[in-house]
Each structure stands twice: as C-alpha cells, then as structure tokens.
Design a protein around this ligand. Sequence first.
Ligand code: A3P
Length: 320
Amino acid sequence: EENVREKINQQFEELVATLPSDKGFLVPTLINYKGFWCTPGSVFKGVLLMQDQFKARSTDIFLCSALKSGTTWLKALMFATMNRSKFQLATHPLLTTGPHNCMPYLDVHIIDHDVEALPSPRLLSSHCAYFLLPKSTRESSDCKIVYICRNPKDMFVSHYLFAMKLRPPMLPPISMEEAFDLFCRGVCEYGPHLDHVLGYWKASLESPGKILFLKYEEMRKDPVKHVKHLAEFLGKPFSAEEEKAGVIEEIVKLCSFEKLTSLEVNKTGKLALVPGMTIGNENFFRKGEVGDSKNHLTPEMIERLDKITEEKLKGTGFAF
Ligand code: A3P
C-alpha cells in the first residue's frame, strides 16, 4: 500500500511536469491528461490512485457529472432514495448534513480514506470523464452509474460564478469573456464539457442497464417522474404503498432547492473539497434556474457556444 502510494506520488510529479497546461477559472493552472483538463494538485493524484487501487463492488452506485450540472441536488435525491427505509423525515440526515457530505467524491476520498472500509452499497461520486473511471467500475462489475448533464451555457455561467466566489484573491482576476473563450476551446476543469457529456452518453447507449443518463433541465420539469425512474434503475423501486403515501413527493420536497437552502447546514456548514481546501456549503446553491445564462451571456457569446455545441453533437443522436 505505502509503496503504491509512493510510486504514484513519483509518477504524479513526473507526469505533471510533462503535461500541456492552460489557465483555470478557480485555480491558476489546469493540466491536460489524456485529453481532459484537471487541476494539477491532489485531485489529479486522487484520479491516479483511484485508477490504480479502486476495486468496484457489484453493489456500488456512482454519481458522475461535469461540474455545476446538478450534482448536489442528485446527491441528495440518490441518498434519500437509497436510504428511505432507514430514516424518518423529521430526523433525516439531510436536515443536518450537506449533500456532499452524504456521498463522497471517490477521487478525493481515496487520497486519505480507506474506501474498502465503506459499507455496501457504497454511494460514490466523481467528476471524471467516463474513460478515466476505474476499469473495474466500467467493465467488470454490475455496479451502476448515474450521470447528470446540463446545457453548456447554464453550466458555464454557474461554473464561472462559482469560481469567482472561490478563486483565491491573490490570483489575478479572470473576466467572464476570457473564461468563456477558454470554455469554448474546451478548457475547464474536467472538460472539454461536450466530450465529457458525449463520453457518458455513448456509454449509456452501449450499457443502458448500467448507466442512467439524466438531464438537469428535464429533472427540473418533472422531478417526481425522474426519482421514480431513478429508484427503479437502482433496483429499489417504490412500492405501490409508498407511491400512494406520497413518499416520492416527500423526497423531492426534502431535496428541493428551497428546502435545502433553508437549512442551517447549507448556510453555514462546510465541506472539505480537497485535502487542504474547505469551502462553505452555501457555494453549491445559487439560483437553480434553467436558462439563467441568458442573463449573463451576450447574444454573440450564445451564438458562438450554440454553434460549437451543434457541430460537436451532429450525428451523435444527442441534444441538450
Ligand atoms: P446555478 O449556479 O445555475 O444556480 P453542482 O451541484 O453540480 O455543483 O451544480 C450546481 C448548480 O445546481 C447550481 O446552479 C445550483 O444552484 C443548482 N442546485 C443546487 N441544489 C439544487 C437543488 N436542490 N435543486 C435544483 N438545483 C440545485
């Protein structure tokens, strides 16, 4: 174990020095690993560790997403759905624990925790591109993956505003125009965003029983329908009695933007995002609106990104 970590540490230093780099929104530099952008610090180390050491169990459940695509919301919904027989609503852990603390990021958690010690079924998450997930998760087990995507314009705006809140003040500022240009060239954490989405989209077409592909916008329209489907996919369908008793609606209400943002834990609670960086839970909640990007992007920006998106998606059968 120690040797493997040492080897990865060494490999890590050598690798980082050779990889192409560009500017980040939240951190000064991103590095490009096998076509995808990551922060060169501990997260990247976690990705290498995860690939080397993680062994999937058939009962594992993964939530995967690009940044700012509805991860926090889906963490809450999946946690509440999977554990619904364990907890009463009045004393539900989500009332006192932030959604991110209910479902760890595997690539962060594995850096200083023993993921083998987590009881089954493990609920884990990652922002990694599909092909960067551990091999055993993708290939050799029955574990499930739920992916959520969001339209690139809203995702970009959410990402940029999130980064502006958390970008260390000693770094030079980065304008929305500059960040947008980077984003259009595919440069953003865990990006290129469209490749991220298409990677999971294609995998979900190949393995529909293993990968559930969700869209933030569609979930916003009809969360009850999607939570019902989610439970079926996860092998925990709601019974007729549960449906009659309004359990799905209760879960949707508990995890709603309004409810979560009203809780003290999501106003003042904290999350250890990566080792050495703790941020306030409130940063994960802003507006939760579909189409808010039109209030931030110019018509020219919208036209540019729409065009890039259209060209990239041509022939894939996928549309946002
Ligand atoms: P906005 O910045 O557009 O408001 P992630 O969780 O992947 O980081 O995504 C964050 C986005 O999801 C933010 O979008 C945030 O407001 C929104 N969000 C957080 N909790 C939500 C909830 N319970 N329901 C709907 N949207 C939510």
